[in-house]
Design a binder for this molecule. Structure first.
Ligand SMILES: Cc1ncc(COP(=O)(O)O)c(C=O)c1O
Length: 534
């Protein structure tokens, strides 16, 4: 007998789950009993990778069977769910974190902004020297001038004390920087600088989904963070952590409350990516959640920016109808724009030099499943960092370990709660909670080996590791060439000693939720033996 379409689909999805649970067992979360056994020295320990179960595969196949393909119902739902998770006005899906950065900055070039706020060719955008190239490249691609300042080698983040020296009256329009490797930058100082000079802040949150930043509520008020304070007050009734919500990945209780922003003990606590004007995410596999390729532009509090961002993402069009829908504005043939004949179809009216940077709907379907696991993933990243830090604690004579921004020292876990280490904090009143992208350490110049020796050794032992992306970007071939071809296309303020130290000494290991205790024990043992043998 012929099966009905819903019956057929249900059967395909049941088989899909069965297939995936057998085919993809190595990609399950670290604490999952279904993972294959780890064989030290034989099984590769990746630095990062996709962590998923049959849920994501079922979602991808289900959405593919529906065959909407282009951004549609799943995308719309994902955008709402991500915006709600973060506490931002809107999230717009794009096809990568790099596209997100491009759209974010392009948004600020629109002629619809007042002249003094609009980024035009020759205007300056302050950024940092060490990091991922596509945090910076949109600045040049859009005709603006990146002004580089240095990174702090311990946090990987912007040296905020150099911001004033980089400022050019009448030219500087924005600060565009990343929260490095899942470590929030000094948001309060950067925001204060932006407020003092009426600048945009674009947070590249690609490596930091789920990090939180806290500051005294009085400081948040002084910085005009009304959008977060208002949301925090609304969220306050759901602040208590539900004790039944166990961390799926490691079967432990989450260490952070997840309905943010919130006001806790007089501090405003919010996710990174919610403090500035626009922020960006990447959903490439090593990131905190994945849909293969993908990214998002978060419009933090100003709704008009959403319309401009959407226009740049969607061909530059003036119309904002989602694909498959017409006449959302109710006057599709009633506009009179540019030098077009009155009533020209709004769907084909272009107000910007745009792109088409949308992902596919099945990607969003995968992302929605990943979002459900995000709190567990975030906690796993924090705990994995702590596990590695504790295991390598007595190697401080050869390694300089990363610290969260605002931390002045790391303290070993107490015997009362051996799961959690703690930090000493500076006197700013701000603290950070890291959802680490990686475990960064620097080999001290006094050590008997170089970081490249360690990197090669780890590689030979099948332990995945990475350098801090492009290191000092100014030393990359592309910038050396630009200096020759177009010396005025960027500006450098001060010495880049921190960025150079990162480039010459730093590497990072994984912290992603697919790591198991056995894998991390193997990493720790291998590094300890390497140091002992030098
Ligand atoms: C800080 C930062 N920004 C942007 C990107 C670009 O993201 P994507 O690879 O999705 O283009 C990355 C990539 O890892 C990144 O680390």
């Amino acid at each position: 007998m012929n099966k009905s379409l819903p019956e057929l689909k249900a059967e395909i999805l049941r088989l899909t789950r069965e297939y995936s649970s057998r085919a993809h067992s190595a990609q399950r979360p670290g604490g999952d009993a279904g993972r294959p056994a780890f064989v030290p020295g034989e099984t590769t320990v990746p630095y990062a990778g996709r962590v998923f179960t049959e849920d994501e595969v079922e979602a991808a196949v289900g959405s593919t069977l529906d065959f909407w393909l282009t951004l549609g119902p799943e995308g719309e739902a994902f955008e709402k769910e991500l915006a709600s998770f973060l506490g931002v006005k809107y999230s717009l899906l794009v096809n990568s974190g790099s596209s997100a950065n491009l759209v974010a900055l392009a948004t600020l070039t629109t002629h619809k902004l007042p002249d003094h706020k609009r980024i035009t060719p020759g205007d300056e955008v302050i950024t940092v020297a060490a990091g991922f190239p596509t945090t910076v490249s949109p600045i040049i691609q859009l005709g603006a001038i990146p002004v580089f300042i240095d990174n702090d080698p311990t946090t990987g983040n912007i040296r905020v004390e150099q911001l004033e020296a980089a400022f050019s009256p009448g030219k500087t329009k924005a600060v565009m920087i990343a929260h490095a490797l899942g470590n929030p930058f000094d948001v309060a100082s950067v925001l204060e600088f932006c407020r003092n000079h009426d600048l945009w802040l674009v947070e590249d949150n690609c490596d930091a989904l789920g990090c939180t930043y806290s500051m005294p509520i009085a400081r948040a008020k002084a910085l005009g963070l009304d959008h977060l304070i208002k949301l925090a007050e609304q969220n306050s009734c759901s602040l208590m952590i539900d004790s039944s919500s166990l961390d799926e990945a490691n079967n432990q209780k989450p260490t952070t409350p997840h309905k943010l922003p919130a006001i806790i003990d007089g501090q405003l606590v919010a996710y990174t990516g919610t403090f500035g004007d626009i922020s960006t995410q990447s959903f490439y596999p090593p990131h905190h959640l994945t849909m293969g390729e993908g990214g998002a532009v978060n419009i933090i509090s100003r709704p008009p920016l959403k319309t401009y961002a959407e226009s740049f993402r969607d061909w530059g069009r003036d119309c904002w109808c989602p694909s498959g829908k017409d006449d959302t504005c109710g006057k599709r043939f009633g506009w009179n724009l540019g030098e077009l004949p009155p009533g020209y179809d709004h769907k084909y009216t272009y107000s910007h030099l745009g792109y088409n940077l949308k992902p596919l709907d099945p990607q969003a379907a995968i992302g929605r499943q990943q979002l459900k696991k995000l709190p567990a993933f975030i906690d796993a990243r924090t705990r994995n960092w702590e596990y590695l830090r504790t295991g390598l604690a007595d190697l401080e004579d050869v390694f300089e370990f990363s610290l969260p921004s605002h931390a002045t020292a790391w303290n070993k876990p107490s015997t009362l709660d051996p799961r959690l280490s703690s930090f000493c904090w500076d006197s700013s009143g701000s603290t950070t909670h890291c959802s680490w992208f990686g475990f960064m350490l620097r080999v001290k110049p006094s050590a008997a080996f170089k970081h490249t020796d360690l990197v090669r050794h780890l590689d030979s032992k099948k332990i995945g590791n990475r350098m801090f992306f492009g290191g000092n970007l100014l030393r990359q071939p592309v910038f050396v060439q630009l200096r020759k071809d177009r010396p005025d296309s960027f500006r450098v303020v001060g010495e880049m000693t921190g960025a150079d130290a990162i480039m010459n000494q730093a590497l990072f290991l994984g912290t992603f939720p697919g790591l198991t205790k056995e894998m991390m024990d193997y990493e720790i043992d291998t590094i300890r033996a390497f140091v002992r043998d030098r």
